[in-house]
Design a protein around this ligand. Structure first.
Ligand code: AMP
Length: 388
């Protein structure tokens, strides 16, 4: 549907940094989950669309933003409710984290207004209305927020405690994650609009994913229908084409790292393990066990084809409800099954779905189906909604 497609491109969030977009909408479109019951969502989705900033090509600042959304006093449109703030940031900040000094402090002095590539306006907590808590991450809380100045965009604000990043030795990785994400513009990749920091914390202003974690929907349902799975995989493949075109390998594709936008569209949300590696082949072992490809299990070099493998695992998990090589009893067995590509399908899986999964889960990375062919695979095309 055209309206849904345009919503995908007009993310409900704030365009504050200089932006560029991939251009036309991807070939994939939007999955509309049938199970999610949020009575107020359609209205909110419409409103959020109005608040959305287009993914346009230009160096922007606030003066270039799209027309403001309806204000609270607007009689025709209710303002979006960002929920009640629980004071959690202040409470937490009293008890948690230490001031970081030295090289680490320099590494973590992250402020998008100082970015040489995409300078944005200077942000601080004072410029945001705090809303409801969205969740807790390993390094801090995530809140729904709205910018105080028009056009009052809705965002997710993620906090990261610097001292905890240092303690976990992930300060460089975090910096890399932020650097990668701020340069990405794709409807199925969560936008990072800006970031700022104080003595103890880094704050990331991220596109708000209205339907939350995909993993929760999958856990609740046990598995997804073929149609719903195909639509997610379509969007995922499209995002991966974009990432690989920018020499970004994701390396940690799994349901837990995926969120859903307000219209149910898939959003890749975590770049913790991403590598920006033009022409590089890596040998670091990382990622989640069930999604590891044979070359990583065997400690060999790997390249972007690890994401093709993970896409196959994801397709399987969406439809079956568990990863194909999972062995709850023993990690060694999982490794062994991955190395042998010990792939078994339940009889419920359609031949087309089996065909796609089998073509992605190949031992030899070079034999894995190219992403452009995933996008025109019959199973994907069959379920792709018509965009008019
Ligand atoms: P994280 O620190 O990324 O693991 O986030 C912790 C939790 O906050 C997640 O599990 C989500 O439920 C929620 N969350 C994170 N980012 C967003 C977002 N952009 N939009 C909505 N909810 C989010």
């Amino acid at each position: 549907m055209a309206t849904v497609g345009s919503v995908t491109r007009q993310i409900a969030a704030l365009e504050i940094s200089g932006t560029s977009s991939k251009g036309p909408a991807p070939t994939s479109s939007v999955a509309r989950p049938t199970h999610a019951k949020h009575p107020s969502q359609p209205n909110i989705a419409k409103l959020l669309t109005k608040f959305a900033a287009p993914h346009h090509q230009s160096q922007t600042n606030l003066s270039n933003l799209p027309p403001p959304p309806p204000s609270r006093s607007d009689k025709t449109q209710p303002a979006i409710d960002i929920g009640r703030y629980d004071g959690g940031l202040e409470i937490e900040n009293e008890k948690r984290g230490d001031v970081v000094t030295g090289d680490a402090a320099a590494d973590l002095a992250l402020d998008s207004s100082l970015s040489r590539i995409y300078p944005t306006q200077e942000w601080s907590l004072h410029l945001l209305d705090m809303g409801r808590p969205l969740g807790k991450g390993k390094f801090g809380r995530v809140y729904m927020v709205r910018t105080k100045t028009a056009p009052n965009y809705i965002l997710a604000l993620k906090t990261l405690y610097k001292s905890e990043l240092v303690k976990n030795k992930v300060e460089k990785q975090t910096r890399r994650e932020i650097e990668i994400q701020q340069n990405l513009r794709h409807p199925n990749i969560l936008r990072l609009y800006g970031f700022f920091h104080d003595e103890k914390r880094i704050f990331l202003m991220i596109e708000y994913a209205g339907k939350g974690e995909l993993y929760k929907h999958l856990s609740k349902l046990g598995s997804f229908s073929e149609k719903r799975s195909a639509r997610y995989i379509d969007q995922m493949a499209d995002a991966l084409v974009y990432l690989h075109g920018k020499h970004v390998i994701h390396r940690d594709i799994k349901p837990e790292n995926l969120l859903l936008g307000i219209n149910g569209e898939l959003k890749i949300g975590d770049f913790g393990w991403s590598v920006h590696a033009p022409g590089l082949r890596r040998m670091t072992l990382c990622g989640t066990l069930d999604y590891l490809p044979p070359e990583m299990v065997e400690g060999k070099e790997h390249n972007e084809k690890v994401d093709h493998w993970a896409l196959g695992v994801l397709t399987y998990e969406f439809m079956i409800g568990s990863a194909p090589f999972e062995d709850r009893g023993s990690a060694n067995n999982t490794y062994r099954r991955i190395a042998k590509v010990d792939l078994k399908f339940p009889s419920t899986i359609s031949p087309d779905a089996k065909d796609l999964i089998s073509k992605l889960l190949r031992y030899d990375p070079q034999e894995r189906l190219p992403l452009t062919e995933v996008l025109c695979h019959p199973w994907i095309v069959k379920y792709r909604p018509n965009v008019t």
